[in-house]
Design a protein around this ligand. Structure first.
Ligand SMILES: Cc1cc2nc3c(=O)[nH]c(=O)nc-3n(C[C@H](O)[C@H](O)[C@H](O)COP(=O)(O)OP(=O)(O)OC[C@H]3O[C@@H](n4cnc5c(N)ncnc54)[C@H](O)[C@@H]3O)c2cc1C
Length: 504
């Protein structure tokens, strides 16, 4: 489908980036009848909602579920006709792999049930003691006895946990989650961003464990995460289909490198198109195959930036050089994550020996991966699709501030490492002979945007953007990591742009 350009070749809305933020914003504008052109650097759309085809299975390589803290994802899925395919994960829950309490071997224990981001609400509970030991549980319990006056305002998530409950809770219960979910050190995370309401609950409850108990009792029942039968990547297909239906044009392999405002108030975007023609489903075929990259200028009445932080900020600083917020280097300091997906014939995994997956604490002996998802144990639809005895496990590599242990390895070495890690983590010997297929997926822009000072940076930049009627920005770097944050943020960004046309 082609965006309907007028005789001067101007589109109403240019969207930079076809991740979920870009696709959702494009849909919101195209539905209104605006001509929309989506420019995507990669050869596939979807960004961090990636997929791979292995052993006849279509598997998520990025996001595989969504948080249910708000209804934004479920509502969108309903509008896209996927509402009946929303599924719950296996409630068995995840485990932790930790350095030994005594001796030399790592231990693997169920994650404490009553906890928030790893902070236990009952520090003396059996599952907490199994993970951190008696002595550390008593230290954690002392949080209940500490004075209330010293609490209520701490910004630094890691510091708050360590001060109130001790280093063992931080290192063994909280840090594996910070690392697994945010690819960040707990000390780099801001309390109000990762645990909204926790500081207020602290003041009410008088202790950190009490605050967690309060927040858990206020929370909606359920696992907090849901998925889509067939995989989260179906969301990308559905958005692409809707955008095509509303005549939004998608140009894959098109990297936007420049943005400037024309004298008449429209925008000139400079984009480099890759030589290889795009052939992905939903892509618009280029006019003719090309052997060289070419640079094109696109003219648009309005622009929505939906690329990751470094790209969007770079374009903003070209568009508005006077904005110091746009060039503030504190925005981006990222981590690279690599996902290794293994498909295994391993009936011993039918019993789901470690629940839905395992988060690994740093410095755990004999384990390099930072997390493992036992996908066929977590999602019943996938177990059914894979068939008896066949399993899918996903391992992730790369901790913030460390060289990724996977990047230096070739495919065979990385697969061998993943098999060793999976065997140790799942407590089941897994050999190369059982491997049906495997894939590696590096994610370079998988940043944590929950870092200290992030809220202030976002607020300052949003204040600037609010004065703009033809320029908007969205994405996880602004709205927060995860689809439940990205989707409402993209919808809000599109509303601002739509208003411009309504007022014309
Ligand atoms: C391994 C992994 C697992 C995850 N698991 C979950 C999960 O289970 N649940 C959940 O809710 N969230 C999860 N997330 C986070 C979630 O996927 C992201 O927050 C969300 O998809 C980000 O969407 P976005 O559109 O903001 O950015 P992105 O997905 O990063 O999309 C940005 C797009 O911009 C494109 N782009 C970059 N530069 C340019 C340029 N110069 N010109 C044009 N286009 C450009 C990129 O190629 C990309 O397609 C996970 C993320 C990762 C990496």
């Amino acid at each position: 489908m082609r965006a309907q350009q007028n005789s001067a070749g101007i589109v109403d809305v240019a969207v930079v980036g076809a991740g979920i933020a870009g696709l959702v914003a494009a849909r919101a504008c195209a539905r209104l009848g605006l001509s929309v052109l989506i420019l995507e650097a990669a050869d596939v759309a979807g960004g961090c909602v990636g997929r791979t085809e292995l052993a006849g299975l279509s598997l998520d390589t990025g996001a595989e579920g969504f948080a249910t803290r708000n209804d934004s994802v479920a509502e969108l899925l309903g509008e896209l006709g996927l509402g009946d395919d929303i599924v719950d994960p296996n409630p068995a829950g995840a485990w932790l792999r930790l350095p030994p309490l005594t001796g030399t071997d790592a231990i693997t224990v169920p994650m404490p049930k009553l906890s928030l981001l790893g902070i236990p609400s009952s520090p003396l509970a059996d599952d907490v003691r199994a993970a951190i030991g008696w002595k550390n549980s008593i230290r954690a319990y002392s949080d209940r006895l500490r004075p209330v006056l010293t609490i209520g305002t701490e910004k630094n998530f890691g510091k708050l946990v360590e001060q109130r409950m001790g280093k063992a809770v931080l290192d063994r219960l909280v840090s594996p989650i910070s690392s697994g979910v945010y690819s960040a050190d707990a000390h780099d995370l801001e309390v109000d961003v990762v645990a909204p309401g926790l500081n207020a609950a602290l003041t009410r409850a008088g202790s950190l464990s009490g605050a967690v108990a309060l927040l858990k009792s206020d929370a909606k029942p359920g696992a907090g995460v849901r998925g889509i039968r067939g995989g989260m990547h179906r969301l990308v297909d559905a958005l692409l289909a809707e955008n095509a239906h509303f005549d939004a044009e998608l140009r894959l392999g098109t990297r936007v490198t420049g943005l400037r405002e024309n004298a008449d108030g429209s925008w000139a975007l400079t984009a480099t198109e890759r030589p290889t023609p795009a052939t992905e489903p939903g892509a618009t075929e280029p006019d003719s195959p090309r052997s060289e990259p070419i640079e094109r200028t696109v003219t648009a009445r309005t622009v929505i930036l939906a690329a990751p932080a470094t790209v969007s900020l770079g374009l903003l600083s070209l568009a508005r050089p006077e904005w110091s917020e746009a060039s503030d280097s504190a925005w981006a300091s990222g981590s690279a994550v690599e996902i290794v997906t293994l498909v295994l014939d391993a009936p011993a995994l039918d019993a789901a020996p470690r629940g839905t997956g395992v988060l690994v604490a740093s410095d755990t002996p004999g384990t390099t991966a930072k997390a493992l998802t036992h996908s066929t144990a977590k999602w019943a639809w996938l177990a059914e699709a894979a068939g008896p005895g066949r399993h899918v496990v996903r391992l992730s590599y790369g901790r913030l501030g460390q060289d990724s242990p996977s990047s230096a390895l070739d495919d065979a070495e990385l697969t061998a490492l993943a098999l060793r890690d999976a065997s140790a983590i799942l407590g089941v010997p897994l050999t190369a002979a059982q491997l049906v297929d495997s894939a590696r997926t590096p994610w370079r822009d998988a940043l944590s945007h929950a870092a200290i000072g992030q809220r202030e940076r976002v607020t300052a930049l949003r204040a600037r953007l609010e004065e703009e009627t033809t320029l908007a920005a969205t994405g996880s770097w602004l709205g927060g990591t995860g689809l439940a944050s990205v989707i409402p943020d993209a919808t809000a960004a599109a509303s601002g742009i739509r208003r411009h046309f309504v007022h014309l």
